[in-house]
Design a protein around this ligand. Structure first.
Ligand SMILES: Nc1ncnc2c1ncn2[C@@H]1O[C@H](COP(=O)(O)OP(=O)(O)OP(=O)(O)O)[C@@H](O)[C@H]1O
Length: 318
């Protein structure tokens, strides 16, 4: 079962450069959360801070009662065992087969026999749709398969928290759709807490239970997907709907002149909220909620046409 991650008043600077300040949020146990934000807003730094690779200047990250921002190296070593991480490029060893890459953490961090290792590796390769590709080298396979191999490796130590950095980078929309379905299916199967950092609006709109947005050195909003997808808060609505009109500019926030020039324009109406992806094998995820529940419970009228799309859940493997 997944572990909850409680982030309170987290601030990170590099020298005098503030990356983000006073970030507070809770990643609920077993739920899928996505962190969005314009390039350079510190999403990767946030992931690395959660796993203790980067020390924050202020604040805490509490996991199972341990504050990884201030704990000892020994405690950090223990807490890190709860994590699986999928790095952007899959971080595969180029000279090792996929099998050996996936087996690597088990050989490094456990005393399991080779037959036990084989059982675990094959189970994770099956979960990620890689059966038959065990003997391939990372250079011989597509980017999508490399990501899935990275995912299989992130799963071998049975993580309670899975951190995934830009899974869509370098993937075409079809491969991205497959890996998104795989996240939903995996979450149903292993019940871990997921945090996905992405730029992909379609991923943000269809995969997570919760969405966060880092912008202009702070957390603009974090909450249930329907809260953000129905939000008219300008930064949130602009980013989630990929609009040019709004406070986010080409490189940083727009200056006063640009905003004044746009004063006569209004943001286009919010598009319908699409249904969230569901597990392809009919399983129920713990965090799954009926479509529209958050809106109903909070008296929010969703944009017209919301939740009317038919869901066709493709299989997780190619
Ligand atoms: N170790 C470091 N030392 C100094 N500055 C760093 C370090 N790591 C990251 N930064 C800076 O922190 C800022 C945020 O970087 P980060 O990679 O987290 O952004 P991001 O939101 O993930 O961007 P992108 O979406 O483009 O991947 C950048 O200005 C980067 O140069």
């Amino acid at each position: 079962m997944g572990a909850e991650v409680q982030v309170s008043h987290l601030t990170k600077k590099f020298g005098k450069q503030l990356i983000w300040g006073d970030v507070s949020l809770t990643l609920p146990a077993g739920e899928i959360s996505v962190m969005l934000g314009p390039s350079g807003t510190g999403k990767s730094v946030f992931l690395k801070t959660l796993i203790g690779l980067i020390k924050p200047d202020e604040g805490s990250v509490i996991i199972e009662g341990v504050d990884i921002a201030s704990c000892s190296e020994r405690q950090l070593y223990e807490v890190r065992k709860l994590f699986g991480v999928l790095f952007q490029d899959g971080a595969m060893f180029g000279s090792m087969t996929l099998y050996d890459n996936v087996a690597f953490p088990l050989r490094e961090h456990t005393k399991k026999s080779e037959s036990q290792i084989r059982q675990i590796v094959m189970e994770k390769m099956e979960l990620t749709g890689l059966i038959g590709a065990e003997d391939k080298l990372p250079g011989e396979i597509s980017g999508g398969m490399r990501k899935r191999a990275g995912l299989a490796r992130a799963l071998v130590l049975d993580p309670q928290i899975l951190l995934i950095d830009e899974p869509d980078s370098g993937l075409d929309p079809v491969r991205t759709a497959y890996i998104n379905q795989l996240f939903i299916d995996l979450n149903a199967a292993i019940d871990a807490t997921f945090l996905i950092v992405t730029h992909d609006i379609n991923t943000a709109r269809t995969v997570p239970d919760n969405i966060g947005l880092l912008y202009h050195k702070h957390l603009a909003m974090f909450g249930p997907r329907e809260m953000l997808l129905s939000s008219t808060e300008p930064v949130v609505a602009q980013f989630l709907n990929a609009q040019r009109v709004g406070p986010i500019g080409m490189s940083e926030e727009k200056d006063a002149d640009q905003l004044a020039a746009e004063a006569g324009f209004s943001m286009p109406p919010l598009p319908p909220i699409t249904r969230q992806l569901e597990p392809s094998n009919g399983m129920q995820r713990r965090a799954q909620r009926p479509a529209g529940q958050w809106c109903r419970e909070n008296g929010v009228v969703p944009p017209p046409g919301s939740f009317e799309d038919a869901v066709t859940a493709p299989g997780a493997s190619t």
